[in-house]
Design a protein. Structure first.
Length: 190
């Protein structure tokens, strides 16, 4: 079941694998909660690099960035250590179910995903050759067929916007997140 704009997102404390515990929703800030696939996913890694490089823009816009993976913390180690935002391990997919983020064969079979797969693999290979990357697990926990999801949450817990990916490379770009935030600024970002 997909969430709709205006849905209430209950407050919760989450424990990231790479940062101090966080609360969602975040007081006085928007939260971009993005659901990724598995630790080492080439598309996810490439996508998150853009959010890493331009993280200061997210902060300036009053956005707290949070990424969720359906991998256990042990599989995420070495893949997310250098990310400047919290990463949540959700191997039981409890958050995925709550937010309605699904898995499907179309995640990889849809031709629209293929350019992202090729670019992600090339980028990942380059990082591996430079000693800055790590291969994904042969059989990642939760599988390889996850679909991405993006959610913009107001400080009061209202869902301001959502995107449910139709294939593995169907997610908001950083510019789309900034545009969503500009349409729905948090009180401290106004």
């Amino acid at each position: 079941m997909h969430l709709v704009t205006g849905s209430d997102i209950p407050a919760r404390d989450l424990t990231p694998v790479n940062a101090a515990p966080i609360t969602i929703p975040a007081p006085g800030r928007l939260v971009h909660l993005q659901f990724r696939r598995f630790a080492g996913c080439p598309i996810c890694n490439l996508h998150l690099r853009a959010f890493t490089v331009r993280h200061a823009e997210l902060e300036a816009a009053g956005i707290t960035e949070v990424a969720v993976f359906h991998s256990p913390a042990e599989e995420l180690a070495g893949h997310v250590d250098d990310l400047p935002f919290p990463v949540i391990a959700d191997p039981g997919k409890a958050l995925y179910r709550e937010f309605g983020v699904e898995s499907s064969r179309r995640s990889l079979l849809d031709p629209r995903a293929w350019p992202g797969i090729v670019l992600g693999v090339l980028h990942g290979t380059w990082r591996l050759l430079r000693g800055r990357g790590k291969l994904p697990a042969r059989s990642p926990a939760g599988g390889r067929l996850g679909l991405p999801g993006d959610f913009l949450i107001a400080p009061d817990g209202r869902l301001l916007a959502a995107k449910y990916g139709e294939h593995a490379n169907d997610q908001w770009s950083l510019d789309e997140v900034l545009a969503q935030a500009a349409r729905n600024p948090a009180p401290s970002a106004q």
